[in-house]
Write a protein that binds this ligand. Structure first.
Ligand code: HEM
Length: 492
C-alpha cells in the first residue's frame, strides 16, 4: 500500500507509524477491539495499521461501515488469503476461504435455502410450529434435566460445557438428522474446544500476518489444527453415512439435500455450474461450525449476566410468569409478548459484543472510502464492538441496561434502537444464520428462565472480562441453580 500511487483527488490513509518487521502489533496488543477503538478516536473511522508486513484497513462508526458494506458492498465482500483459513474445512470453508465471487455466491445461496427449508419445515410433532422450535424445545428440556443432575451430583455446574452440547444438538438435528448424548465423548470434547478455534481465526493470530511466526512452535496453533482435523473427520464420517443410506425420495436433513443437489446437477447436462461436489456437501461443515459456537457463546454469556444482574433476572421471570405462565413450554410465537426478554438479548449482543469484529473482509478492486484510497486485495477489519459502544449512538454505553431498548412504559420493544446493534455483520457477507440465531437464543433463554433461577457460588461474582477471540468467551466458571416456584424437576 505504501508504494502504491494514490490516484488524484484521494488521500493516503491515516494511521500509526509501523515498526520494521512487526508493524503495529505491539499497539494492537491482546485486545484489538479496545486498542483499535481507541485508535479510531485518534485517526477517525477509516485508518490503516500494519500487522507484520501486511496493511490492514480498520473501519469503525455506523456511517462508514454502512457505506462500505451496504453501498459499496461488492467492493468489500472478499475474504483475505490468510494462512489459518487453509486449515478450516480443508481450505474449502464458505465463510473463510477465498472462493471466487461466483462460486461463493452459488454456495451461499444453496446454504441459505437449505437452512430456510430445514428450519421452517414441520417437525415430527404437530405440537410445534416448525422443526427448529421442536429441536430447541426438546434440547432445552434435556438441558434442564442435565443441569439438575449435575447440581445434585456436584452442587454447581459449568454453564458453557452443557449449553454448548444442547446448542450443537439443535444444529446437528437440522444438518445431520441426529443428536448426541451429553456423555458422548466425541462430540462433547470437540465442541468444548471451540474457544481454541476462535483464538486463532479472525484477527487473532499474528502468524497470519507475520510469516516467520508460523515457524515457531505455538500451542494455540497446534490445538487449532487438532480441532479442525477432528471436526473434519467427524463431519466426513456423518456425510459418508448419508451417502450410504441416501434415498432421493426421502430427504432427511441438510446433508441429504446438498447430496441431492449434486445428483440433480449431474442429470442436467446443460448445467454450467462449476462448484465441485465436495464444495457443495462441505457447506454443511460451515453451518454446523457457525451454528453451535456463536449461539452457545451468546446463551452462556446471558446466563452469566443473569447471575451478575439478579434484579433483571427477577423481572424477566416475572414477565414469563405473567405472559406465558407455568402450564406450558414457551414458544417462538411468544416473542412479541416478551419485550423485556427481547431487550435483554439485544443488550447482551450490544454490551458483550462477543463477536467484536466480523470475519475479516478484503477489497475486490481498487476503491475509496471517505476520500481515502484503498487498493485491491487489502485486508479490512470491521469493528462491531466500536459501533456497539459508540457514545455518539448510545447513552452511557458501558452500562448494562436492557431498558434502553424499551419504550417509556416498558411495554414495547423500540425496534429502531434494536437495529443499531451490530453483531451479524451487514450487506453481502451478512450472517446467513441470523434468524435461526435470534430465535434460538430467545427460546432457550425463555425455557431456562421459566423453570430455573441462576446464582453464583456463595460470595463470588462471575468474572465478566472477555477472553479475546473471533467469538469472545467469558472465563469458565461454576454457577448454581434452583427450580422456580411452581416447577418441579421430574423425579423429585
Ligand atoms: C457469518 C454472527 C449464528 C452461519 C457471520 C458473521 C458474523 C456472524 C458477524 C460475519 C459477517 C461478515 O463477515 O461480515 C453470528 C451470530 C450468530 C450467528 C452473532 C448467533 C447469535 C449463525 C448460525 C449459522 C451461521 C446459526 C448457521 C446455521 C454463518 C455463515 C457465515 C456467517 C455461513 C459466513 C457468511 C459468508 O461469508 O458469506 N455470522 N452468526 N451463523 N454466519 Fe453467523
Amino acid at each position: 500500500l505504501m508504494h502504491t500511487k494514490i490516484p488524484e483527488g484521494l488521500q493516503k490513509l491515516p494511521g500509526p507509524k509501523p515498526l520494521p518487521i512487526i508493524g503495529n502489533v505491539l499497539e494492537v496488543g491482546n485486545n484489538p477491539h479496545l486498542s483499535l477503538t481507541a485508535m479510531s478516536k485518534c485517526y477517525g473511522p477509516v485508518f490503516q495499521i500494519q500487522i507484520g508486513q501486511r496493511p490492514v484497513v480498520v473501519l469503525s462508526g455506523n456511517d462508514v461501515i454502512r457505506q462500505a458494506l451496504l453501498k459499496q458492498g461488492d467492493e468489500f465482500a472478499g475474504r483475505p488469503d490468510l494462512y489459518s483459513s487453509k486449515f478450516i474445512s480443508d481450505g474449502r470453508s464458505l465463510a473463510f476461504s477465498t472462493d471466487q465471487v461466483g462460486v461463493w455466491r452459488a454456495r451461499r445461496k444453496l446454504a441459505l435455502s437449505a437452512l430456510r427449508t430445514f428450519a421452517t419445515v414441520q417437525g415430527e410433532s404437530s405440537e410445534y410450529s416448525c422443526a427448529l422450535e421442536e429441536h430447541i424445545s426438546r434440547e432445552g428440556l434435556y438441558l434442564i434435566e442435565r443441569l439438575h443432575n449435575v447440581m445434585k451430583a456436584d452442587g454447581s455446574f459449568d454453564p458453557f460445557r452443557h449449553i454448548v452440547v444442547s446448542v450443537a444438538n439443535v444444529i446437528c438435528g437440522i444438518c445431520f438428522g441426529r443428536r448426541y448424548s451429553h456423555d458422548d465423548n466425541e462430540l462433547v470434547s470437540l465442541v468444548n474446544m471451540s474457544d481454541e478455534f476462535g483464538k486463532i481465526v479472525g484477527n487473532g493470530y499474528p502468524g497470519d500476518f507475520i510469516p516467520f511466526l508460523r515457524l515457531l512452535p505455538s500451542t494455540a496453533m497446534k490445538k487449532f489444527q487438532d480441532i479442525n482435523s477432528r471436526f473434519s473427520k467427524l463431519v466426513k464420517k456423518i456425510v459418508n453415512e448419508h451417502y450410504d443410506s441416501f434415498d432421493k425420495d426421502n430427504i432427511r436433513d441438510i446433508t441429504d439435500s446438498l447430496i441431492n443437489h449434486c445428483e440433480d446437477r449431474k442429470l442436467d447436462e446443460n448445467s454450467n455450474f462449476q462448484v465441485s461436489d465436495e464444495k457443495i456437501v462441505g457447506i454443511v461443515s460451515d453451518l454446523f461450525g457457525a451454528g453451535f459456537d456463536t449461539i452457545s457463546t451468546a446463551i452462556s454469556w446471558s446466563v452469566v449476566y443473569l447471575v451478575a444482574y439478579p434484579e433483571i433476572q427477577e423481572r424477566l421471570q416475572r414477565e414469563l410468569r405473567e405472559k406465558v405462565g407455568m402450564e406450558r413450554t414457551p414458544r417462538l410465537s411468544d416473542r412479541t409478548d416478551l419485550p423485556l426478554l427481547e431487550a435483554f438479548i439485544l443488550e447482551i449482543f450490544r454490551h458483550s459484543s462477543f463477536l467484536p469484529f466480523t470475519i475479516p473482509h478484503c477489497t475486490s478492486k481498487d476503491t475509496s472510502l471517505n476520500g481515502y484510497f484503498i487498493p485491491k486485495d487489502t485486508c479490512v477489519f470491521v469493528n462491531q464492538w466500536q459501533v456497539n459502544h459508540d457514545p455518539e449512538l448510545w447513552k452511557d454505553p458501558s452500562s448494562f441496561n436492557p431498558d434502553r431498548f424499551l419504550n417509556a412504559d416498558g411495554t414495547d420493544l423500540n425496534k429502531m434502537e434494536g437495529e443499531k446493534v451490530l453483531v451479524f455483520g451487514l450487506g453481502k457477507r451478512r450472517c446467513i444464520g441470523e434468524s435461526i440465531g435470534r430465535a434460538e437464543v430467545f427460546l432457550f433463554l425463555a425455557i431456562l428462565l421459566q423453570r430455573l433461577k441462576f446464582s453464583g457460588m456463595p460470595g463470588e461474582m462471575p468474572d465478566m472480562t472477555p477472553e479475546y477471540g473471533l467469538t469472545m468467551k467469558h472465563k469458565r466458571c461454576f454457577l448454581r441453580m434452583t427450580p422456580q416456584p411452581g416447577f418441579e424437576f421430574p423425579g423429585t
